[in-house]
Design a binder for this molecule. Sequence first.
Ligand code: AMP
Ligand code: MG
Length: 357
Amino acid sequence: MNTLTILGLETSCDETAAAVVRGYPPGPGEILSNVVFSQTEAHAPYGGVVPEIASRAHLEILDGLIEKALGDAGIFWNEIDAIAATAGPGLIGGVMVGLTTAKALALASGKPLVAVNHLAGHALTARLTDGVDFPFLLLLVSGGHCQLLAAADVGKYRLYGTTMDDAVGEAFDKTAKILGLPYPGGPNVESHAARGNPRAYPLPRPLLGRAGTDFSFSGLKTAVRQLVTQNQVNIEDACASFQAAAIDILRDRTAHALTRFREEFAHAARPTLVVAGGVAANAAIGSALAKLADQHGFEIRVPPPRYCTDNAAMIAWAGLERFALGERDPLDFSPKARWPLDASGDNRHSGERQQGA
Ligand code: AMP
Ligand code: MG
């Protein structure tokens, strides 16, 4: 078995990223370089990602990031086996910048192109970092997505549940905005919550105790807004109360998914719950889910935060997994704003980047 070396590009939201990854399925792989430029500052004045600003910023810096990724990896072009780029889902202008750059590089170098689903990147990160075996249950919690998926194999995903309205990261960001905390809200809400009383304000937990594995967060966000307009609130207590509600929702829905996974993949002795996406960086959420996984006889894997938030190493790895199976894509592959991982499933918000503002 020969290891493969893949250049990956990521431009689907507000991170411009390039990385070189080496390895072979099932992983773990070697991350030779991982360059990420976050546009957070450019979007901060607007309280969310502005698509037009994002695509211009990707265009300005992507070339330089690719050079840096190759330089950091200490390799020459001839050592690259294929070029992988996010082809969706995401903000279409940004996706076009990354995918078109990858096509140009593929054309000029004669190397194959692999068009990667950004969500597959998140899904397969735990194989890159930990070599997690299929099948596993994925909880993807980010600024644009909130989904539970069974990953049976490369390209074989079953969507268990998704959000009916906001993604959980979006709920963190909007709560932060309502409370006057800076963007991106998640880390700020978490640090304030650590000093607050989670029982100070009673907030709703939409869908809690109901059957199924879908999520809903907009009622919670609205309740925070009402709380703030009607009362003089303590910010730390409000953050703690919000985060406790978000954790209860995630725990309840994930518990149902763990039970369903057990029924559908009865042969997996001690399967893994993988938590990915930017919100996986939240330590309180992580420890609640670790306890839950243990109660259900699951291992838990939470890739390090730099591989949980948007990055190109995960895109390179997802490309590597497909390339290893002999898959590659034509140079006229179309970028997709929407691209659910489970084409048969309900794709409400499952393949769509929301504008954070
Ligand atoms: P991503 O969409 O994967 O790039 O992740 C970004 C999202 O993760 C944003 O909505 C952040 O607010 C959220 N996030 C990052 N860190 C944390 C945290 N510690 N707690 C909650 N949310 C977080
Ligand atoms: Mg993402």
